[in-house]
Write a protein that binds this ligand. Structure first.
Ligand SMILES: NC(=O)c1ccc[n+]([C@@H]2O[C@H](COP(=O)([O-])OP(=O)(O)OC[C@H]3O[C@@H](n4cnc5c(N)ncnc54)[C@H](O)[C@@H]3O)[C@@H](O)[C@H]2O)c1
Length: 252
């Protein structure tokens, strides 16, 4: 087992890729803290794990709330004694709003969830990692971390920021036993589309203009395998980097 005895916190683990990562990590021997702002779905993930003899607890945490984030990391340590792996998976779309049409409130919300929330969990985890001279961070980026128009302006800017944050931590803590990498999935079949309502027509049409080049959508389980590689010692020499996973879409 690749994560035997490791303690992993996974945000947004009540659905989609977070759920797939949580179940795979538990299958690989990790003690998993299944965290989501939606407690019901987090508990469903825990049920899937424990019914398959894995170890997991749920924790309701909205990553835009500093006190929730503090509780999340404390609960991991209280339940399992430490923390080894942090997967920052929680994220939201931006209704494809173009720069000309986006509101301040939507821009701020997307940044708060996709970037600032990630910074909060990392900030809370780092003292634990630094004390034990060991810690692995996996951040969920997107094709939008590397391309300009796969979504709206806020989502694209936020996922580029995820890559910047990943590189910053990858270098600055490289001599402290902490690794930090990101994943850049293309389109993946999850529930994220359900968070979109009344998309911006112009932004949507520009974002979709290259979608006919997409060979196929991915499955959450395919992305979970990349998270496992980055979270395990198999990737000990990899940090500050991003793995693109899109069936060849970006190669066009
Ligand atoms: N699905 C795709 O095509 C795709 C592609 C590239 C990147 N991503 C990224 O993958 C990640 C996971 O998305 P998914 O596609 O599995 O979506 P999903 O909607 O199935 O799951 C996202 C989960 O995050 C949770 N969440 C949202 N905001 C939160 C918050 N503030 N605090 C805590 N939890 C929160 C939701 O409750 C949900 O359970 C996101 O960061 C997303 O941007 C998705």
């Amino acid at each position: 087992m690749k994560l035997d005895g490791k303690v992993a916190v996974i945000t947004g683990a009540g659905s989609g890729m977070g759920r797939a990562i949580a179940t795979l990590f538990a299958h690989e021997g990790a003690n998993v803290v299944v965290s989501d702002m939606n407690l019901d779905t987090a508990e469903q993930t825990v049920k899937i794990i424990t019914e398959n003899d894995g170890q997991a607890i749920s924790c309701k945490a909205d990553i835009t709330d500093q006190s929730d984030v503090e509780t999340l990391i404390r609960q991991a340590v209280d339940a399992y004694g430490s923390l080894d792996i942090l997967v920052n998976n929680a994220g939201m779309m931006d209704n494809m709003y173009s720069a000309g049409n986006i509101s301040d409130s939507l821009w701020s919300k997307v940044m708060d969830v996709n970037v600032t929330g990630m910074m909060r969990t990392i900030r809370e985890s780092l003292p634990i990692f630094l004390k034990k001279n060991y810690g692995v961070i996996v951040n969920m980026g997107s094709s939008s971390s590397l391309n300009g128009s796969r979504a709206g302006a806020a989502y694209t800017a936020s996922k580029h920021a995820v890559l910047g944050l990943t590189k910053n931590i990858g270098f600055q803590y490289a001599e402290s036993g902490v690794r930090c990498n990101a994943i850049a999935p293309g389109a993946v079949d999850t529930n994220i589309g359900t968070t979109m309502s009344e998309p911006d027509e112009f932004g949507m049409s520009r974002a979709m203009s290259g979608s006919s080049n997409n060979p196929r959508s991915g499955k959450p389980e395919e992305v979970a395998q990349i998270a496992l590689f980055l979270a395990s010692d198999d990737s000990n020499f990899v940090s500050g980097d991003i793995i693109n996973a899109d069936a060849g879409w970006m190669a066009y």
